[in-house]
Design a protein around this ligand. Structure first.
Ligand SMILES: Nc1ncnc2c1ncn2[C@@H]1O[C@H](COP(=O)(O)OP(=O)(O)OP(=O)(O)O)[C@@H](O)[C@H]1O
Ligand SMILES: [Mg+2]
Length: 476
């Protein structure tokens, strides 16, 4: 009997190798090659037609001569999601939605299909993980007031075999289809377990062909690994038009949706949702909630940040405590660790706030993740305020600005929108970089910002370190 042909596929980049190797010849990653059955690619392509024998010669065309209607988009019924997608779901596009287990991927996609079904568009929900009964239970919950009556009208197919799914798609030709999840579908021809590199790639490639041929918008739900990356080969991210990441903390109801890649829109937009019994609810005025919850205690500072094109006020909290460790802890949540290290170094060098012997914890309240440099000043002021045990001086304040390595405060984008948002929520004294416009308390350097925020205490004073010395004495 002939031995089944196998090939070694890299789980990072999808490169193939006949023999096993420690290092992938494609991307150089170590220990990423896994043995899989060779794909009957030629056969598969021949049968589905798209990549088979060339029946029609492709032509070179000048773009100006290419006709075409403007991009038609379908509203998902959720303004926040539409914004992240760049204005709605594009027919014939392939969207990959990733997120940790239980974050709400199925809930969100169910709600989208419910709205589209309500709007009279054909839909299909393919569930490889849950039975039809389970999907119905969720739909009943959503139908209470979240997804409308449409949630119960969505056609559901509980199936894990790719061929059957393609058959149903060809029969029904829906305008939108959800595959929940891409890791549970398997192509019988290929062999091997679902979720393997080869399977995920083949499933996505065949669905991509159907999406483009039929004009069906396909949302692929994807699992993420422990490190937060989408499970499966990176090639999957290259194949799709849009990669959405659903994030949040399990203990908190807030969920954030971001576009990591978008061929039809910006990737700087983020949407905020709240998980409730009746499904995911858009948080339209997140600033109001975060400002109302802000503590105004030592270590708490309100940041006027930008989430894509939208201003958002969030509280940044810091705790500075004497450390008993050789290497004090630096713990961050909602921020890059390296950014905190940089801010602490600038604070020590240019602000005389030294935290060398202390543990420093920084948290962005509400599970929000800050990715913009404008957050630097809020982190610096929160740490300084925590180190001194003093809340910010004066009226309720907000701040924003990037810190330069020489201690200067640098201009960041959209100052007028940030100021306006702060004013709208009653925060008048906004500490901002020079050039931010009228209404801002402009500070050219970190020293000036510290003086504005913490007043006389900060004129060259070191943070009180009695507690720290006491802890050291005790340790000795
Ligand atoms: N009755 C309820 N009230 C409030 N929240 C609920 C209720 N039932 C479920 N949830 C929330 O919905 C979440 C599950 O949502 P969903 O099934 O959409 O997640 P998922 O990302 O698809 O998960 P998986 O990775 O397991 O497929 C739960 O973690 C919980 O937070
Ligand atoms: Mg699910």
């Amino acid at each position: 009997m002939a031995r089944a042909a196998t090939v070694h596929v890299c789980s990072e980049c999808g490169a193939c190798s006949a023999q096993w190797r420690g290092q992938c010849p494609g991307c150089g990653a170590w220990n990423t090659l896994v043995e899989e059955h060779a794909a009957p690619a030629a056969r598969a392509r021949g049968r589905s037609g798209a990549g088979g024998p060339v029946a029609r010669r492709s032509q070179v065309r000048v773009l100006a001569d290419v006709g075409g209607s403007p991009l038609q988009r379908m509203s998902t019924g959720t303004g926040e999601l539409d914004r992240v997608l760049g204005g709605g779901l594009v027919p014939g596009s392939l969207v990959l939605l990733g997120g940790a287990p239980g974050i709400g991927k199925s809930t969100l996609t169910n709600m989208v299909l419910a709205h589209l079904e309500d709007a009279g568009r054909g839909t299909l929900y393919v569930s490889g993980e849950e039975s039809v009964e389970q999907v119905r239970l969720r739909a009943e919950r959503l139908a209470v007031d979240g997804g409308g009556a449409g949630a119960l009208g969505v056609p559901v197919l509980a199936e894990t075999e790719l061929e059957r799914v393609l058959e149903v798609l060809a029969e029904r030709r829906p305008q939108a289809c959800v595959i929940d999840s891409v890791q549970t579908l398997a192509c019988a021809e290929l062999g091997g377990a679902p979720g393997t590199v080869g399977q995920v790639r083949e499933v996505a490639a065949r669905l991509l062909r159907v999406a483009k041929e039929q004009g069906t918008a396909v949302i692929l739900v994807g699992h993420v690994t422990k490190e937060g990356a989408l499970a499966g080969p990176r090639v999957l991210e290259h194949m799709v038009d849009c990669v959405l990441q659903f994030e949040g903390e399990r203990e908190r109801p807030y969920r954030e949706l971001r576009a990591l890649k978008n061929r039809f829109g910006s990737t700087s937009e983020a949407a905020l949702f709240e998980m409730r019994e009746a499904g995911l609810v858009e948080v339209l005025d997140a600033s109001a909630r975060f400002v109302a919850d802000a503590t105004r205690s030592p270590g708490g500072v309100v940041l006027a940040s930008m989430e894509g094109s939208r201003p958002l006020l969030v509280e940044v909290q810091a705790l500075v405590a004497p450390s008993e460790l050789e290497q004090p802890r630096r713990v961050v949540s909602g921020l890059h660790r390296n950014r905190l290290a940089l801010v602490l170094a600038i604070l020590a060098r240019h602000g005389r706030v030294r935290t060398g012997g202390c543990d420093v914890f920084v948290n962005v309240v509400g599970g929000v993740r800050l990715e913009e440099p404008g957050a630097d000043l809020a982190v610096a002021l929160a740490v300084a305020s925590a180190a001194h045990g003093r809340p910010l001086d004066g009226a309720p304040r907000a701040c924003f600005g990037e810190l330069g390595l020489t201690g200067e405060l640098r201009w960041v984008g959209h100052p007028e929108r940030r100021l306006q948002e702060a004013r709208r929520h009653g925060l008048d004294g906004v500490i901002a970089p020079p050039g931010s416009g009228p209404g801002a308390a402009e500070a050219p350097t970190l020293r000036d910002a510290l003086a504005l925020a913490l007043g006389s205490l900060q004129t060259g004073a070191e943070p009180p370190t009695d507690g720290l010395r006491g802890a050291r004495r005790l340790a000795a």
